[in-house]
Design a binder for this molecule. Structure first.
Ligand code: TMP
Length: 212
């Protein structure tokens, strides 16, 4: 029985994860895999509505508790309605951000501690956790510059550089604590080189999945 494969992409603003997710999708589909592509916050109508609330730059009054709970609420709905069922059907799920983003942004960035995050992650995910996480690491100034060129900045992108630096450090600390799951990919390379590094990691994960 195929149990599915859950792959997440993580990293600071402008690290290139969405581009790389698209490339990985095409690469997997070329090999005949069917792939479910989704993102956080979002991925279902309810979670996309929560995304609008979270990222609206007009929502400057949002407190850190509401922010944290909204990210987890969006995740709970996403797992319930989309990711859980897809994995149960044996699909490969590619998700642009997941719970590690909460640990980096709301944990390292906003200062929430590991206990509360652990509790909320458990509640939101119901224990569904990525098999492989591709952390595309990049200098925050380079990433923010790229993000700026994309146009209007969302609420989180407007945070100070120190916040984004804490987020990057938070991601790297997470990767150190879970080296078997989280692969750190150097994002300061050509799109092609980054894509090749990602494909190598995914090939290994696929081989592990079909191994007897
Ligand atoms: P995106 O720009 O990569 O689509 O992500 C949306 C923003 O939400 C980005 O600034 C990171 C932030 N975020 C959190 O702060 N916590 C989370 O749990 C997630 C999933 C995203």
């Amino acid at each position: 029985m195929n149990t599915g494969l859950f792959i997440t992409f993580e990293g600071v603003e402008g690290c290139g994860k969405s581009t790389q997710l698209g490339r990985l999708q095409a690469w997997l589909e070329d090999q005949g895999h069917s792939v479910v592509v989704t993102r956080e916050p979002g991925g279902t109508p309810i979670a996309e509505a929560i995304r609008e609330i979270l990222l609206d730059p007009a929502h400057t009054a949002m407190g850190p508790e509401a922010e944290l709970l909204l990210y987890e609420a969006a995740r709970a709905q996403h797992i319930h309605e989309k990711i859980g069922p897809a994995l149960a059907e044996g699909q490969i799920v590619l998700c642009d951000r997941f719970a590690d983003s909460t640990t980096a942004y709301q944990g390292a960035g906003r200062g929430f501690g590991p206990e509360v995050l652990h509790e909320l992650h458990n509640m939101a995910t119901g224990g569904v956790w990525p098999d492989l996480t591709l952390l595309i690491d990049l200098d925050v100034r380079v990433g923010l510059e790229r993000a700026r060129n994309r146009g209007r900045k969302d609420r989180l992108e407007r945070e100070a550089i120190d916040f984004h630096q804490r987020v990057r450090d938070g991601f790297l600390a997470l990767a150190q604590s879970a080296p078997d799951r989280i692969a750190v990919i150097d994002g300061d390379n050509s799109e092609e080189i980054v894509a090749q590094a990602i494909q190598a990691r995914v090939e290994a994960a696929l081989a592990k999945r079909i191994a007897p």
